[in-house]
Design a protein around this ligand. Structure first.
Ligand code: PMP
Length: 427
């Protein structure tokens, strides 16, 4: 029985004491008091199917008992900054994490967030190459500190800060992009940027395999291999941002980049890595990692034993419960169901994504691809009333983001698809 403050009281306190910039999606935001597996519960005990997974941060399910136990046990033993002393929690997790990555990607730096991980990756690339220029994709989100806000390329997420040496390449977006699904054509823009916007050498290229905040956009096939090749020739490093697509979410692979047959020089991760605990990581090769020995590099809580104990438990749960395979099976099923809705409703312009990283783009005119902004808010609100919490994103804000915990079942998938179907049928 919940005895805490009401939703209205919390909202009033938020307005009084929290950043005015924090947002919520709903007219009457839900007061979430508990999470279990793929379900969230409000103060009245009402159940919601969590189709957004706390913005893809929860992969094993809310409050997974193995992860909770690992956190509690470690918290009782030692909560510390581990950098200056020895403790096995950080090395155990680093080894387990490295074993999930291909080739010589074996050196792990821990951080507290995705922003920090990408900032560090960009710093490492600049030091290693001696170059300054970074290329990222238009429509990218990589974080909100100085360097990562530069790499982020959506005006809604960019403040008017100095952004030196960042170039934004044409987004290889199969739905809205000018070259359709021809990845190699988009890749030529990266060569053009290097030719006309730099000295001919660059520090790095950074991208996700499937853009999350950008509206679940799978990079056009053939794009990444061509771009990685171009970047290598220009002396740069390739950074894969796996903050959303990593940890089995895409179903077919453990990492999003693997579906594109490329091996990055640096991989960054956060969100799902800790199943809700603040944790991020940068993984690279021993040669590249060496650059951080030139000066002191220190992160007080990066890799602290509580977070790394959680991280290790997460990897074990993913394995034990075959969550990647589940993401593939349930994700493919849900995508089929959503695709069937597209055949039924003109409002759905596109259904895309892989595994449990799916997007549904709403448009008022399929030919013009006019963003259906009012409609998406309405559908979202109605789905909440039916007990489904779903995400939203994309540059135009008209794309549903479906990134539930990876323990999602076919019944949950049906529940989400049925709720969307019912809502659309009533419009
Ligand atoms: N990269 C990607 C792809 C993200 O989606 C996000 C967060 N939305 C970040 C980086 C930044 O992570 P954080 O919010 O933990 O700083």
């Amino acid at each position: 029985q919940y005895a805490g403050p009401t939703a209205d009281e919390i909202l009033a306190k938020r307005r009084a004491y929290l950043s005015p910039s924090i947002m919520h999606f709903y007219k009457n935001p839900v007061n979430i008091v508990e999470g279990r597996k793929q379900y969230l519960f409000d103060e009245e005990g009402r159940r919601y199917v969590d189709a957004f997974g706390g913005i893809a941060t929860v992969c094993c399910g809310h409050c997974h008992p193995d992860v909770v136990e690992a956190i509690v046990n470690q918290t009782k033993k030692l909560q510390h900054s581990t950098v200056l002393y020895l403790n096995h929690a950080i090395t155990d997790f680093a080894q387990a994490l490295a074993s999930k990555l291909p080739g010589r990607l074996k050196v792990v730096f821990f951080t507290n967030s995705g922003t920090e991980a990408n900032e560090l990756a960009i710093l490492i690339a600049k030091l290693y190459t001696g170059c300054h220029d970074i290329i990222s994709l238009r429509n990218a989100y990589h974080g909100n500190a100085a360097g990562t806000m530069g790499a982020t390329a959506m005006s809604s997420w960019k403040f008017n800060v100095v952004q030196s040496g960042v170039h934004h390449a044409v987004n290889p977006d199969p739905y809205r992009g000018i070259f359709g699904a021809d990845g190699e054509k988009y890749a030529r823009d990266v060569q053009d940027i290097i030719n006309f916007g730099t000295s001919g050498n660059v520090a790095a290229f950074i991208s996700e395999a499937i853009e999350g905040v950008g509206g679940i956009i799978e990079l056009a096939p053939g794009y990444l291999p061509a771009v990685y090749n171009t970047i290598k020739k220009a002396g740069g490093l390739c950074i894969a941002d796996e903050v959303q697509a990593g940890f089995g979410r895409t179903g077919s692979h453990f990492w999003g980049f693997e579906a594109h047959n490329v091996v990055p020089d640096i991989v960054t991760m956060a969100k799902g890595i800790g199943n809700g605990i603040p944790l991020g990581a940068v993984v690279t090769t021993p040669e590249i990692a060496e650059v951080l020995t030139r000066r002191s590099y220190f992160n007080t809580f990066g890799g602290n034993p509580v977070c790394t104990a959680a991280g290790l438990a997460v990897l074990k749960v993913i394995e034990k419960e075959k969550l990647q395979q589940n993401a593939f099976v349930v994700g493919s099923y849900l995508k089929e169901r959503l695709t069937a809705l597209k055949d039924k409703y003109e409002l759905i312009g596109d259904v895309r994504g892989r595994g449990l990283m799916l997007g549904v783009e709403l448009v008022t005119d399929r030919a013009k691809k006019t963003p259906a902004n009012a409609e998406i808010l309405h559908v979202m609100e109605q789905m909440k009333e039916l007990g489904v919490l779903i995400g939203k994103g994309g540059y135009y804000g008209n794309v549903f983001r479906i990134t539930p915990p990876l323990c999602f079942t076919k019944e949950d998938a049906d529940f989400v698809a049925d709720a969307m179907d019912l809502t659309l049928s009533r419009m």
